[in-house]
Design a protein around this ligand. Structure first.
Ligand code: CP3
Length: 333
């Protein structure tokens, strides 16, 4: 059995597998080397030779238990024909959203545009470097994808005042997003992904009253869909106001927590396997602090199925020695 399945499916508490969000990324010199010659980020994701190589880069260096495929949640709007670019020191920039154009896209057009992501997944899952480790596929949650498609950039702290103005448009787009997220999930699994993580990076922007419509209901549909394909599903509803309510309603196989979540409280509140939590900024301090903070999570979750990870992606300025020290700390615990 693969390491994440032992914890998520078998509820094994005898060890803590570890993988790190954004483990394939800018803190690695070998990634920056490839990135330097590939200024177009989406094209890099769609180059299956390079994206499979990038996916495996962290596993060649470190004793990680899973590969997460090098792609992006915004590959979905790209596949739907919306322009998606990444600008240095700014982040994603999306083009105008044209409902008429998007409504015309069918499954074949969509898969044609992004099929090389699936090729990369197959390459990774068959590579000897992966061995018996997990291949994690992922999608953005419908709400987070909707935010980017309408807002056309990261919303930072707030949504535009008129975000919900056109309810008709929003509801139409949400249905289209949901349909193609299922297509994207199915193709990733058929290509070799054996765990799916759903990133809801902007769950924290919503008032409680809007959670059922924009988070619980669409995410529950996706979670049930992944379960129907017999693959474990991890949800990361970052900064959502009530993780317990989210887990009670959406029932993912495991939940990933952000660094503002009190680990002791969540341990009391929910009984599904837990992942993550440690603040990525702790990796910018020193080894003693890192060991102390990582051990805090390991101590609290010692009798609970727990996958080690951070509370958000690893920061680009992270020192490789600190990254390695974190993995050793978890492995030697
Ligand atoms: O290693 C991995 O985790 C796998 C690959 C991965 C990327 N993005 C690669 C990436 C994954 C799982 C994502 C998810 C993603 N993408 C999320 C959800 C997680 C989160 O961070 O909340 C979101 C919101 C995005 C959208 C996105 N992509 C943003 C906001 C940015 C710019 C911010 C940044 O870090 O520069 C990206 C770019 C991006 N996606 C990079 C990587 C490695 C950096 C690209 C580069 O400039 O080299």
């Amino acid at each position: 059995m693969k390491p994440l399945n032992k914890v998520i499916v078998n509820k094994d508490t005898s060890f803590n597998p570890i993988w790190i969000m954004r483990q394939a990324g800018r803190y690695l010199p070998e990634f920056r080397e490839i990135r330097k010659d590939n200024p177009n980020f989406i094209n890099l994701c769609l180059n299956d030779d390079l994206s499979s190589e990038i996916t495996l880069q962290p596993l060649k260096r470190f004793d990680l238990d899973a590969a997460i495929i090098f792609s992006d949640i915004l590959i979905l709007p790209y596949g739907l024909g919306q322009k998606v670019e990444f600008e240095k020191n700014f982040g994603p920039k999306l083009g105008e959203l044209n409902l008429n154009e998007i409504a015309k896209i069918d499954e074949i057009d969509f898969v044609k545009k992004i099929h090389r992501v699936y090729k990369a997944i197959t390459k990774v899952s068959l590579d000897p470097v992966l061995g018996n480790k997990n291949t994690i596929g992922f999608v953005g949650a419908p709400w987070t994808i909707l935010v980017y498609m309408i807002n056309q950039q990261s919303p930072k702290k707030n949504l535009k005042k008129d975000f919900f103005k056109d309810k008709f448009l929003i509801n139409k787009i949400l249905l289209i997003i949901e349909k193609f997220l299922k297509v994207h999930i199915k193709n990733q699994i058929e290509s070799g992904a054996d765990v799916i993580q759903i990133f809801d990076s902007w769950a924290g922007l919503l008032d409680e009253k809007d959670l059922p419509n924009y988070i619980y209901s669409p995410t529950l549909n996706l979670v049930n869909y992944v379960k129907s394909l017999n693959v474990p599903v991890i949800c990361f509803p970052r900064e959502i106001k009530n993780y317990k309510e989210f887990c009670d309603i959406v029932k993912p196989d495991a939940v990933s927590i952000d660094y503002n979540v009190d680990p002791k409280k969540i341990l009391k509140d929910i009984n599904i396997p837990i992942q993550g939590g440690l603040d990525p900024k702790i990796l910018l301090t020193d080894k003693d602090t890192l060991k102390k903070e990582a051990s805090k999570y390991l101590d609290i979750f010692k009798d609970h199925p727990y996958i080690f990870n951070l509370g958000h992606g690893v920061l680009p300025e992270t020192d490789l020695n600190m990254f390695e020290y974190l993995i050793k700390t978890v492995k030697n615990y």
